[in-house]
Design a protein around this ligand. Sequence first.
Ligand code: CUA
Length: 311
Amino acid sequence: MLPLVLTGCAGRHNWLASAGAEAQAVEDLFWVLILGAAVIWSLVIGLAIYAHQTSAPRKEPQARRFIVWGGAALPTLVVGGLLIWGMVILRDITAKEGDLTVRVDGERWWWRVIYDGPDGPFTTANEIRLPQGQTTLFRLTADDVIHSFWVPALGGKMDMIPGRETSLTLTPLEQGNWGGICAEYCGGAHALMRFDTIVMPPDDFRTWLAAEAAPAEVAADDPGWQVFLDEGCGACHTLRGTEAQGPVGPDLTHMASRKRLGAGIYAMTPENLSRWITDTDRMKPEVDMPAYPHLSGAELEALVTFLMSLE
Ligand code: CUA
């Protein structure tokens, strides 16, 4: 019963309330394994108790037949059947030609997400949107340490390993915002390395993809944009279509359209963003971004207003 107790995660992280085809296949297999194991375990224990208590004399041919069927034939059948079933599941959850492809790079401690847009690949971060009912192939890698990409409600987890590429397919069946987490200890902020996975109708997804691929809308005389430039934010962050092309931190081109900041941990509100800029290391211990506590009230307000306009 331990696995049942340890599932712990409820709601949008619940892998036993699957919202995707891959999660459903794995969940079915899980229940058959658990219930089958319980039946076989009870049978073996029952027989052991019976054998211990009975005083009936042993009949050789019967005993041999029992060993052959119960000890060799039955396990071969059960394990062989499960193996075939597992291979069928594996085949079913493999991506096919023409599926949508999304690249995700694990960074310390956030997610770089690369989509194929209408005009070629573009980068975003920390939020993944997927079309309902369609299979997406994830090509996964990592920058410097090993992470693990996991959206429990949608399917299995997969390691992200520096220097090589792994893959995973997800076919979300239910609309919603499903929680994603890093499932491999990767350093100080491992537990704060999260993302939203938003499943939307295919038409809405295409509209979103086109909007997300567009460059940032920046007014040259925006006072917040001036603060952004003066403080050197563009050395780490990219705003597509502007001179800010920093490749180090998350792409901020449409950051205000994301649900959360700090890699899935705080609601995207002006208050949280303001605290994020001035108290970065307290909002997320061991984060690589330095804090900017020296900004004046007016500068901070202008910067936050500017960033919150990047939808
Ligand atoms: Cu990334 Cu744990």
